[in-house]
Write a protein of this length. Structure first.
Length: 379
DNA sequence: TGTGAGTCAATACG
DNA sequence: CGTATTGACTCACA
């Protein structure tokens, strides 16, 4: 069951450059920024991306990304090319997305867009050819530009507009090269990260005052500390989601052990054991909250691999697109996790402690979101 | 105003 | 080169 059905012809999906978000890089408010330019997905459907995504059936982001990675590597296609021409995202974003996809239910409408695009792309019989063509064109344009850098530059790479679409890639950033400073990247040292993580453990949501203290103690800008907390919380949260996926996958696989294809290739994403990259610094950054894939009892268990044939919609029997009862979605999502992973009968010490701490955080968030309990955000 | 979500883009890494 | 990591930024929302 479940397989190509009523879906809105998702045959051809254009690359469509990022929709609205147009952000001038640091400084320069200038704005084109036209607004509701809701791009269309296809010439015929006439549906906006948002609409199409809204009616998209549930997708298994894990299986989906796995397939995409497979196709890309099998054909020597890079993330940059794929991201810029198919998803309208940069290489770094694609890497992140493919390596750590959040489960569909936890994604916002916007967050689902890349996955819907991946889905469409996989359905396109000519996906590989198109991308290869793009690659060729890019190389050609590159060589040309390089060879005769005499003439002006820009000029949209001459005939890049070959096959069909593409080249839209990133709208904004172009060659504002010399106009802006390079933007120096702040790189926190191991000790600083250590300190911040410690502070996080104690207070995931530090008060402005605490932030100031940390900033001065570590000799960092206040904004850097703030950003660090934002990012850390966000990334920790994502790790938990991923654990859920893997746990669920393992469970599912264990439950039904059919001779499913599952070409073993790639057991990937399993958390890395740590290694000390970081320039010869005192790395003992084990305090990562990562809990490893070995979920609870430790049985390795097979990897997801669920449906083999179709990467397609995992549509749960009744693809109830919306119906999702209530908006409790986000909250219930969080709470659901609260009881899932950490539920470990045996005391797993460290791991458990960390999970508990995180659960606490989430707990408080739910509380704060649901009711007005300004009691104290202290711990 | 602060937060989560999504990204960008510099750069570390291989 | 291609990929992974991550500080900073935009935006919607309450």
């Amino acid at each position: 069951s479940s397989r190509g059905h009523s879906q809105p012809d998702l045959s051809q999906l254009q690359p469509c450059p990022r929709a609205p978000s147009l952000d001038p890089p640091y400084g320069e408010p200038s704005g084109g920024e036209s607004q509701p330019g809701t791009p269309l997905l296809g010439p015929i459907t006439g549906l906006s991306i948002q609409e199409t995504i809204a009616m998209s059936p549930e997708l298994d982001t894990y299986v989906l990304t796995k397939k995409v990675k497979e196709v890309l590597t099998d054909n020597n296609l890079g993330q940059r090319l794929f991201g810029e021409s198919i998803l309208g995202l940069t290489q770094g974003s694609v890497s992140d997305l493919l390596a750590r996809p959040k489960p569909w239910q936890k994604l916002s409408l916007k967050g689902r867009e890349p996955f819907v695009r991946m889905q469409f792309w996989l359905q396109d019989p000519q996906k590989v050819e198109k991308l290869m063509d793009m690659k060729r064109l890019e190389k050609k344009a590159y060589l040309k530009r390089r060879h005769s850098s005499l003439s002006d530059s820009r000029s949209v790479d001459g005939g890049l507009a070959g096959p069909d679409f593409l080249q839209s890639a990133s709208p904004q950033h172009q060659r504002r090269t010399q106009l802006y400073q390079k933007k120096v990247r702040v790189v926190l040292g191991p000790e600083e990260k250590e300190a911040l993580k410690r502070a996080y453990q104690e207070k995931p949501y530090p008060s402005p005052k605490t932030i100031e203290e940390l900033a001065s103690q570590l000799n960092l800008k206040t904004s850097t500390v703030i950003n660090w907390f934002h990012n850390y919380r966000s990334r920790i949260r994502r790790e938990l989601f991923i654990e859920e996926i893997q746990a669920a996958g393992s469970a599912a696989a264990a439950k039904a052990g059919e001779g499913d294809s599952c070409d073993g290739t790639e057991s990937d994403s399993t958390m890395e054991g740590h290694h000390g990259r970081h320039r010869g610094a005192p790395e003992n950054q084990d305090m990562e909250v990562r809990v490893e894939a070995g979920v609870s009892d430790g049985s390795p268990a097979q990897r997801n691999c669920t449906t083999s044939g179709s990467v397609g919609p995992v549509s749960s029997s009744n693809s109830n697109l919306f119906s999702l009862p209530e908006a409790g979605l986000s909250l219930s999502a969080l709470s659901s996790h609260t009881s899932t992973p950490a539920r470990n009968p045996r005391d797993n010490t460290l791991r458990r402690k960390k999970a508990a701490n995180l659960d606490n955080i989430i707990h408080r968030l739910e509380k704060a979101a649901g009711k007005e309990d300004p009691s104290e955000w202290e711990f």
